[in-house]
Design a binder for this molecule. Structure first.
Ligand code: WT7
Length: 643
């Protein structure tokens, strides 16, 4: 049974308390919106009266090889199965079906490398690349259901590989290219990957990161050994190739035919596994399937981003995160839209890279993260003014709370006070956007507004009872939704425990929210020991075990502390081993150690060396006490805690 998350009196952030501004959509926005206010009202009513009919209609907008027996099989909760019996393949909807329409010659992808090189692919070109690589994977012996790890940055080949793997019915698992050898090894092991796809190297912040080398290091750590490794050329650096195991991508695809049919999948067959952090233990492989995921992502992408065929849509998220999966690849491609991908660092070679990129391609829709906006705000409003941003018509944000100050800056200086600014709330687990305005919605800076039609979310106390307006509580989802996770890879018990046991019958998001008098939701951060640093999730437990793996550390406790740019950073309380003294060289060494162990996501701010850590009688560290002290909040109930 999972532990109850701490439920103190969730104090809303100061700036959120006093936020009362309201932004109404412009008449021309309302007139042009794909989902008008009237349509939205009707959708809400329909979804409330008959949620299954609502989602069935969304499913009918896509192509299937065979119709489902039922919309939702809820016979054994929480193992819900969407569209059971349905035969489909998400890649058919993302690629094959467009080849028979006017979308065939439209740009599917505009890619820009960090040094400034650019590649574009039409739907037809992408289709042929995917087919070639799909055939190559088959030649290498990859079969339906096999897991293939993609350790790649945002490149055209990454999209090609995702789609090729899915097309033949295998399961992709992307590992963010910033992750360390150790983190990569853990994921290859857990997924028991038969094949790993990577690149020689790539560009990040003016340097070449040698990715194949990191993979070699990971494989030397032992554990599960993949049968084959595919390496794409990107930075043209020397790499070691192991005979019989390692193959060059370009050599593999050269001989393959550009035709390959989609494997016919059942709706509930696995599409991908994506690892994310939980409050306890090791990262968990979140499983998504073909049918429900494609319905949920397709519907939300079209409705939220109001997409039309002339849009140039740019989601700045790395493909290694769920945002990249759902809203840089599958969502836009299923809609037949043009999606922009960028390889490198958003501030390279200068802080106006984002703005110059928008101007260069005439980006109309920008979907990005609050940390980046807060970083760019520091450079002032003059920087974006140097570029023509007049093509922008819609702005989106995701990953962490977008504070009202950043909201208003983005809306005013980038959106000309004309572009709707949509703060979208969702998670790796939800697969699709759950709480968000649509372009025609009334906006309040700092609020994610209301659940989308078909989503039943609520704010409850620790006993599951709804809390009154303006009081903080746990955000839960009360009914299943199509793109929901199918489970945790190879760990059904953990799925039940972590998500469905704390508030019986409801999905626990792990977030704290407050609902105002209008039913608008205001996100307040995590309720559990998960940190969200610059929009990237990492567990306190992972950071702690990373620290303890250093010989100088006897014990460690990590909590999140507020940070003006990154939203939150980690602060560590460390008890040193015998013979070690706190010193700045040691602090530096520990921070570097953590980055080596976990990758650049592990950003450690301050470090403190207390005489002891607050613990329960059974020896568990009580992080909540450290956290409350750091934030100057009430510590709450401390019975059972020994210092
Ligand atoms: C956690 C999920 C799915 C997008 C990328 C992150 C936080 C996400 C918002 C938002 C406030 C947000 C939550 C959530 N989060 N979007 N709009 N406002 N917080 O996916 O890595 O699975 O992280 O990110 O804490 O639980 P993820």
């Amino acid at each position: 049974m999972a532990e109850h998350p701490d439920t103190p009196d969730f104090a809303p952030l100061d700036s959120l308390l006093h936020e009362e501004r309201v932004f109404r959509p412009l008449p021309e926005t309302l007139a042009a919106a794909l989902v008008s206010p009237a349509r939205l009202r009707q959708a809400r009513e329909q979804a409330e009266a008959d949620p299954l009919a609502f989602w069935e209609e969304a499913a009918e907008e896509l192509d299937w090889f065979g119709r489902w027996d039922q919309v939702l099989d809820d016979a054994s909760p929480p193992f819900y199965r969407w569209f059971p019996g349905g035969r489909c393949n998400i890649v058919y909807n993302a690629l094959d079906r467009h080849i028979q329409t006017a979308a065939k010659n439209r740009l599917a992808l505009i890619w820009e490398g960090e040094p400034g090189d650019c590649r574009t692919l039409t739907y037809y070109e992408l289709f042929r690349h995917v087919n070639r690589f799909a055939n190559a994977l088959k030649s290498l012996g990859v079969r339906k259901g096999d897991r293939v790890v993609l350790y790649m940055p945002s490149l055209p080949e990454t999209v090609i590989a995702m789609l090729a793997v899915a097309k033949i019915g295998a399961v992709h698992s992307l590992v963010f290219a910033g992750y360390s050898a150790k983190a990569l090894k853990d994921r290859i092991d857990d997924a028991r990957a038969v094949c790993v796809i990577t690149v020689d190297g790539f560009y990040r912040n003016g340097r070449v990161l040698q990715l194949k080398q990191v993979l070699d290091d990971a494989l030397l750590l032992g554990g599960h050994a993949p049968e084959t490794v595919v390496v794409c050329h990107r930075a043209h650096v020397d790499v070691e190739m192991q005979d019989g195991r390692d193959y060059w991508y370009e050599e593999l695809v050269r001989a393959e035919r550009p035709q390959c049919p989609c494997e016919v999948m059942d709706s509930n067959d696995m599409l991908f596994v994506l690892y994310t952090s939980g409050a306890t233990g090791k990262p968990k492989g979140i499983v998504h399937t073909h049918g429900g995921y494609m319905v949920g992502v397709s519907r939300t992408f079209r409705w939220v981003f109001d997409i039309n065929p002339t849009d140039i849509y740019w989601c700045t998220a790395d493909l290694g995160w769920i945002t990249g999966h759902s809203y840089a690849v599958y969502g836009p491609l299923m809609a037949g839209a043009t999606t922009v991908l960028y390889e490198g660092h958003p501030l390279y070679p200068q802080a106006d890279r984002l703005w110059s990129t928008i101007a260069r391609y005439g980006v109309t829709i920008l979907y990005t993260v609050p940390t980046l906006i807060r970083m760019l705000m520091r450079f002032g409003k003059e920087l974006p003014r140097k570029h023509d941003l007049s093509t922008l018509r819609l702005l989106g944000s995701v990953g962490e709370p977008l504070n009202p100050e950043a909201w208003v800056w983005l809306h005013k200086h980038i959106g000309r006070q004309q572009c709707p600014l949509l703060d979208t709330w969702w998670q790796t687990e939800t697969g699709m956007i759950m709480v968000s305005p649509l372009p025609a919605s009334l906006l309040k800076p700092g609020s994610v507004t209301r659940p989308l039609p078909g989503i039943v979310a609520d704010v409850v106390d620790a006993a599951g009872a709804p809390v009154p307006p303006d009081k903080g509580g746990l955000l839960v989802i009360k009914t299943p939704w199509p793109a929901m996770l199918a489970g945790i890879y190879n760990d059904p018990d953990r799925y039940v425990e972590e998500y469905w046991s704390v508030i019986p019958g409801a999905y626990l998001t792990g977030d704290v929210a407050r609902k105002d008098e209008d039913g608008y939701l205001w996100m307040q951060g995590r309720a559990d020991d998960v940190l969200v640093i610059a929009g990237h999730r990492i567990g306190a437990a992972e950071l702690e075990s990373g620290l303890v793996s250093h010989k100088a550390v006897a014990e460690a406790a990590v909590v999140g502390v507020p940070d003006a740019i990154r939203g939150e950073v980690a602060k560590a309380f460390v008890i040193l081993a015998e013979g070690y003294e706190p010193a700045s060289a040691l602090i530096k060494e520990l921070k570097a150690h953590l980055k080596r162990e976990l990758g650049p996501v592990a950003v450690l701010g301050a470090m403190e060396f207390p005489a002891s850590l607050p613990k329960t009688r059974s020896g568990k560290i009580v992080r909540r006490i450290l956290k409350a002290r750091e934030r100057g909040e009430e510590v709450g109930d401390v019975t059972g805690v020994e210092e």
